[in-house]
Design a protein around this ligand. Structure first.
Ligand SMILES: [Zn+2]
Length: 298
């Protein structure tokens, strides 16, 4: 089997290999970080993907990352051949250009940082789609099969099926996790913003309905109702106008809150609360109007 489309929107291209296992397929609970033990140039992901596509290589990973691209080599439903039996059965494997021997200073250079940024975006996307928490696992958690981010080195240490130590002790694990969490946070903020903007659309429709009702009420009350200009509280109608003023003010407040880009109340919950308090006022108003109509014998 093979695949024709990348699983991740972060991938720039695919370069499928037969060096993988479709049956039994992958049970993805880990994102596993590796280094390719190569230089960090822009063609490394393409070159290593081409090597993975060679049956002679007998090895593979789901993704190869270099400073300017992410290439997918193995479908996320299949097991890559990257970290022996246990690692292959449960991990989505990402190979970064670079070496396990890199120092922290070497990981800080611009090429490494570009690789880290792409790998973090890819890791965040995998975590989100497979419901894997963006956290590192302790050796015990890894042994217990908990979900999270790990490394080839940790899998080697815990399951003792290999002696690989990549991505190495100089790998900036805290910086990397921060980048992953920031990428996840940005995605979450985006989806909240979408919910709020959908809420704003709904609120606007309800506002239009309320405005229509208000217009009808005003038309019903005028002309001929005392107190419309000035003497607002001296007559029964004064209470009606007070109520109308309240509703108008609340509607304006709600409009302000529902205007995209305005500071202030921006959650669906608070929009809902404002709407329901307007509805309460409307109900009271209708009751008052009904009472007036009854008294007047209308
Ligand atoms: Zn490795």
């Amino acid at each position: 089997m093979s695949f024709t489309e990348a699983d991740s929107s972060v991938a720039n291209s695919i370069y499928p290999t037969q060096n993988c296992t479709w049956s039994p397929g992958l049970n993805p609970i880990w994102v596993v970080l590796h280094t390719m033990e190569t230089p960090e140039g822009d063609q490394i992901a393409e070159n290593i993907s081409s090597w993975f596509a060679n049956p002679v290589a007998g090895t593979s990973a789901h993704y190869c990352v270099d400073p300017d691209s992410v290439v997918q080599c193995v479908d996320e439903r299949a097991c890559a051949w990257a970290a022996m039996q246990v690692g292959n059965a449960y991990g989505i494997h990402i190979e970064m250009a670079g070496r396990a021997a890199q120092t922290a200073a070497e990981w800080a250079d611009s090429q490494s940082q570009a690789i880290l940024a792409r790998t973090a975006a890819l890791t965040a996307d995998i975590c989100r789609r497979h419901n894997i928490p963006a956290r590192y696992l302790t050796d015990q958690q890894l042994a217990d099969g908990e979900k999270g981010i790990t490394t080839h080195a940790q899998i080697s240490r815990v399951f003792k099926q290999s002696d690989h130590t990549d991505p190495g002790e100089g790998f900036p694990s805290q910086q990397f996790l921060g980048l992953v969490q920031r990428a996840l946070g940005a995605a979450a903020v985006q989806s909240v913003a979408q919910v709020v903007s959908e809420g704003e659309e709904m609120s606007k429709e309800i506002l239009e309905a309320i405005n229509l009702n208000l217009t009808r009420i005003v038309n019903l009350l005028s002309p001929g109702v005392p107190g419309q200009a000035g003497v607002r509280h001296a007559t029964p109608a004064g209470a009606v106008f007070q109520r109308l003023d309240n509703i108008s003010a609340q509607v304006q407040e709600l409009k302000d809150a529902a205007t995209p880009g305005r500071a202030g109340v921006k959650t669906q919950g608070s929009l809902d609360a404002r709407l329901s308090s307007i509805e309460e006022n409307q109900t009271t108003l209708i009751n008052i109007l009904t009472t007036i109509a009854e008294k007047k014998g209308l």
